[in-house]
Design a binder for this molecule. Structure first.
Ligand code: GLC
Length: 478
């Protein structure tokens, strides 16, 4: 009997070791990134109590930066900001509406701020009472509703989490900003002196714990809550590793190691935690700067990540669509941001633009999804590449349409066919000594960008993702 017991204990020990190994096995990087490289286009959502202020404090428009930074830039005392937060009551929030809009725009994943630098958790958290369920009149977990809507509509869901900065929970770090970047506070001199002498803090209530205690009592526990309470998490989007150390990052990485399929960006802690992809912010990088790596441009539709009540710089739809095309042609993803109102609605100018992008994507989406960098740079627009099993397709996205109906394209590959995506019309090709002339209509079928699908007879040589770039992109706190 005793021998059997020993055998059973030994067997269960071996089994548990194997199970543990299976859980933390490293997945093949190409396999891991497959859906993300296919998706190309996602929705970023910056939402929190800062939307109540909308970039305005004591009657002043904050002088610099996104409206989600208002607590820091305007040096709002912790107790005062908490009082504002208590009234957060987004009664018009409907996750289904947001997910359907993202789908209509042609977006394949959503990344939402679960806790931004102000420290407010948009989810039920036992690690800090400063969360939407325990601290506000709203009293509901918005993440839970969004996760359910994403599952229903097969939308990948990722979480932005500010792992280091936290202007409410004591011990969280603070990126120092000067008072002049907020509002003309008559106490500016004293405040700037205080933040300079106190690692950016402006309120003693922020300093009653160490960062070690913050990481152990808030950051890591909340990351665990995010990883376990909302179903499959597709992406973890870290931000501003202010005062982060490798030791702090190791604690967080140990949690993520249990979920090897979760894709992470490069902002947990630089340079030793490069994550899975680079994050150029607010602009489309030069092709040579992102050669060989996975990367994603994050950008807002206006001039602020968080809701700004006085937004006056909405980007035209043409700019947004052409950004998406150029990003795809250079092998990246586009994470386009919306900043919902305190009532829980996406601002109308953003909705209009996303729907117009969706109209373009309905006709031309195949030129974006599942494509890769082409390293071909035509003068009249962009060339995006897609490899099939046996041949390559090039999508010629024309911004400057030739009024003489002759589109010059200088590659020496044999072409099987050329068609206009807009109406599937076959186009005639004249071979030339250094490429070809494609006969096109004299008027561009699409006002933003018309796409010609060029099916080659051969498959072009593969371009490998090497992910060995040492280049990192500045995290902007404009
Ligand atoms: C910068 C901003 C932050 C924003 C992030 C998005 O880090 O400081 O507010 O969430 O960019 O990329």
């Amino acid at each position: 009997m005793k021998k059997i017991m020993v055998f059973i204990i030994l067997l269960s020990f071996i089994f548990s070791l194997h199970a543990q190994k299976a859980n933390t096995s490293t997945v093949d990087q190409d396999k891991k990134m497959e859906w993300w490289r296919e998706a190309k286009f996602g929705m970023f959502i910056h939402w929190g109590p800062y939307s109540i202020l909308g970039g305005v404090y004591k009657g002043h428009n904050q002088n610099r930066g996104g409206a989600e930074w208002i607590m820091n830039r305007c040096k709002i005392p912790v107790a005062e900001y908490q009082q504002i937060t208590k009234g957060f009551n987004p009664t018009k929030y409907d996750a289904e509406v947001w997910v359907k809009l993202a789908k209509e725009a042609g977006m394949k994943y959503i990344v939402i701020t679960t806790k931004h630098h102000d420290g407010f958790a948009m989810f039920k958290s036992n690690a800090s009472k400063y969360n939407i369920v325990d601290f506000t009149v709203y009293n509901k977990d918005i993440l839970d509703e969004l996760a359910k809507a994403c599952r229903k509509h097969k939308m990948k869901l990722g979480f932005y989490y500010s792992q280091a900065q936290d202007w409410n929970n004591p011990g969280g770090s603070v990126a120092r900003k000067l008072m002049r970047e907020g509002w003309p506070n008559p106490d500016s001199t004293r405040i700037d002196a205080y933040t300079e002498a106190n690692k950016g803090y402006w309120d003693p209530a922020q300093q009653t714990a160490t960062m070690d205690e913050y990481i152990d009592k808030v950051s890591v526990p909340q990351i665990k809550e995010l990883l376990t309470n909302y179903g499959d998490v597709a992406v973890l989007w870290w931000d501003t590793p202010t005062q982060m150390t490798d030791a702090f990052a190791e604690k967080i990485s140990a949690e993520l190691a249990k979920y090897p399929q979760i894709i992470q960006n490069d902002r947990l802690k630089r340079p030793n935690f490069p994550g899975d992809y680079k994050t150029p912010e607010g602009r489309v990088p030069k092709a040579e700067d992102i050669e060989g790596v996975d990367w994603e441009t994050c950008m807002n539709i206006g001039s602020s990540w968080g809701f700004k009540s006085w937004e006056n710089a909405w980007k035209p739809t043409e700019v947004l669509v052409r950004n998406l095309i150029t990003i795809a042609a250079r092998g990246g993803n586009y994470l386009l941001n919306v900043g919902p109102t305190p009532e829980g609605e996406i601002p109308e100018p953003s909705v209009t633009r996303l729907k117009e992008m969706g109209e373009w994507m309905k006709i031309n989406g195949e030129a974006i999804y599942g494509t890769q960098r082409s390293l071909i740079f035509p003068t009249w627009g962009e060339c995006i590449r897609k490899d099939n099993k046996n041949n390559t397709i090039l999508y010629l996205c024309v911004f400057e349409w030739p009024s003489d109906g002759k589109l010059y394209f200088n590659i020496d590959s044999e072409v099987k066919s050329a068609t206009l995506l807009q109406n599937k019309k076959t186009l005639n090709i004249q071979k030339t000594t250094d490429g070809m002339i494609i006969d096109v209509p004299t008027k561009s079928p699409d006002a933003i960008a018309s796409v010609i699908k060029l099916e080659l007879k051969e498959k072009l040589l593969p371009l490998k993702i090497v992910s060995n770039s040492v280049k990192t992109f500045e995290i902007l706190d404009l």
